[in-house]
Design a protein around this ligand. Structure first.
Ligand code: ZN
Length: 116
């Protein structure tokens, strides 16, 4: 835990953590699901009512033109927190579930679905 505490501040600076990992497609604006914040890579896009690709949301959040879950931002954060191990695989340093939630609480209000 000491190790984590020491490095804690790395995670609190803005939300760079979502942007720094992928250097391969620097010509493209990296896309993230505007509901849950996960990276939108090929095959991860949601679908519109007509079956076409939705560029804003992932397939877990948005399917056939509608959100798969009707939830609040806090509920979404709780839901996403369970995948912290998954997220940590792409992180230079692992974070705890609580750290991940804190990060999402900062990041999610900027997403299209939660923006006021
Ligand atoms: Zn999503």
């Amino acid at each position: 835990m000491q190790f984590l505490a020491k490095n804690n501040r790395n995670y609190s600076t803005k939300n760079n953590v979502y942007k720094t990992t992928d250097k391969t497609n620097h010509n493209m604006e990296p896309k993230f699901c505007q509901s849950c914040g996960m990276p939108l890579t090929e095959g991860m896009f949601g679908t519109n009512a007509d079956g076409s690709r939705n560029e804003d949301y992932c397939l877990y959040c948005y399917k056939d033109g509608a959100f798969t879950k009707d939830c609040t931002m806090d509920e979404m954060i709780d839901f996403c927190a369970q995948f912290v191990d998954e997220v940590n695989k792409n992180m230079p340093k692992p974070m705890t579930k609580e750290e991940y939630k804190q990060m999402m609480r900062q990041y999610f209000p900027q997403l299209k679905r939660w923006k006021k």
